[in-house]
Design a protein around this ligand. Structure first.
Ligand code: SAJ
Length: 410
């Protein structure tokens, strides 16, 4: 296959835009496509519509050099990279409608011999489904002259521009030719090893990585509840156990959030519901952790005479980011406000300026600064271990009930 000179990246989100930018700064002509006009306008001006270190420099450079453009329309290109969301339906099966819509937009542009890469996290069979969808719209083409591959993204939010270059990549082709063509494209910027396999194995590899973490965190969360019952400090327990050379237990928390680890294991469960028992239970265990945190707050509130004032520290789904998606802290804060109408909640999130919409309807909750919340509170509930909270003077917590879900004050 001739060298790929032009790429259309469909979906300019947390993965699509960094991928578009890194290709564009490595000699490829890139058009980023998005359905959101605000995103297209921002990228066309060389701006990034969300927070990700180092991404801004890449985007502004590529746009000013003319190698990165943004558009609402899918153009003709040598290769297409699909990086659209795959949310789940109410029954926890994957919603493939965004992938299908991308395929419908690509199909009329094809002349044959293009490479189409699905990067979106997908249930087993989704890459084949995309190929079938396109071939259904273009019966004049065949799988031999259409190269379709899956190359799951594995970058960690906050480190995307580093990990895009340094992580190993898995490339699963519907055909070997597709896998090889995708490898040649990623080699333009990826310094890690590029491992070739079939599409379904590549799909599962991504899901399995996130499920591995979910199962390990579920184990840690279960240990935290057992330890509480036995009067043991779970953080010390895990630290000690992890001294064993073959033990590596992750950290308990208020639950698992984000759009990856809390979602992807369900794609395995829905593909093999009878067999995926442990994977399902891990999801159930982690999703139940907020209930346990709320019980701890309930006990503490009952011990306060009069109106209990609770400082709620952190809303993001993990430390040092502004991302509130699928955040257990948000759902805990929301439920506390709704279920304990008599108490007052002093919510702190250093990365946002106004109360998120999920909490804005609560009459008994307000967004305040860290120091004010702690000074006023009877109960301090730590939900996210942001760096800013690590600077809190421990003496200011004296006399207050502290519920530390992250082990920051272990
Ligand atoms: N968490 C714990 N305890 C831990 C580690 C994490 O409770 O010991 C919680 C976090 O607080 C957070 C959630 O788990 O709520 C997920 O955070 P994370 O840092 O584990 O992962 P994500 O969702 O930011 O990114 C993951 C990464 N996957 C793996 O590390 C296997 C990343 O490499 C993937 O690219 C990303 O999912 C993705 O897009 O799938």
């Amino acid at each position: 296959m001739a060298e790929i000179k032009s790429v259309a990246v469909i979906g300019l989100g947390y993965i699509g835009l960094p991928t578009a930018a890194i290709l564009a700064t490595n000699g490829v002509d890139v058009v980023g496509v998005d359905v959101n006009p605000k995103t297209v306008e921002a990228v066309s001006r060389g701006e990034v519509p969300f927070v990700e270190p180092d991404l801004g420099g890449h985007v502004s450079r590529a746009v000013s050099e003319g190698t990165l453009k943004a558009s609402l329309e899918t153009p003709k290109a040598d290769a297409y990279i699909v990086a659209v969301p795959t949310p789940f339906n109410d029954d926890k099966t994957a919603d493939l409608s965004y992938i299908e819509a991308a395929g419908s937009a690509i199909a009329p542009q094809l002349v044959g011999d293009e490479l189409i890469i699905l990067e979106s996290t997908s249930p087993p069979g989704a890459t084949q489904h995309l190929a079938d969808h396109i071939l259904g719209l273009r019966p004049d083409l065949s799988i031999e002259n259409l190269r379709v591959a899956h190359c799951p993204e594995r970058v960690l939010p906050g480190r995307v521009m580093v990990e895009l270059v340094t992580n190993d990549r898995i490339v699963g082709g519907i055909t070997t030719a597709a896998a090889e063509a995708a490898r040649d494209l990623y080699q333009k910027f990826c310094e890690g090893e590029i491992l070739l396999t079939d599409a379904t194995t590549a799909e599962m590899a991504k899901l399995v990585e996130n499920s591995f973490r979910d199962v390990n965190i579920a184990f840690a969360n279960e240990l935290s509840i057992i330890s509480d019952k036995l009067g043991i400090n779970v953080w010390e327990l895990i630290e000690l156990a992890n001294h064993h050379p073959r033990v590596n237990i992750l950290q308990p928390g208020p639950g698992v959030g984000g759009h990856c680890i809390a979602v992807d294991p369900w794609f395995i469960v829905s593909s093999a519901p009878e067999e995926a028992k442990l994977i399902r239970q891990a999801r159930v265990t982690n999703d139940a952790k907020p209930d346990w945190v709320i019980e701890q707050v309930e006990k503490a509130v009952a011990d306060v005479d009069g109106t209990a004032k609770v400082a709620v520290l952190g809303l993001a789904f993990k430390a040092n980011i502004d991302d509130l998606r699928e955040s257990p802290a948000i759902s805990i804060a929301q439920r506390l406000g709704a279920e304990f109408g008599e108490a007052k909640f002093l919510v702190v999130e250093p990365h946002i300026d106004e109360m998120p919409k999920q909490l804005s309807g609560l009459a008994n909750a307000e967004l305040v600064a860290t120091g004010d919340a702690i000074e006023e509170a009877d109960i301090v509930l730590l939900l996210v271990d942001h760096a800013q909270f690590k600077t809190i003077d421990r003496s200011t917590l004296e006399g207050k009930t502290v519920i530390d879900t992250r082990g920051m004050w272990r």
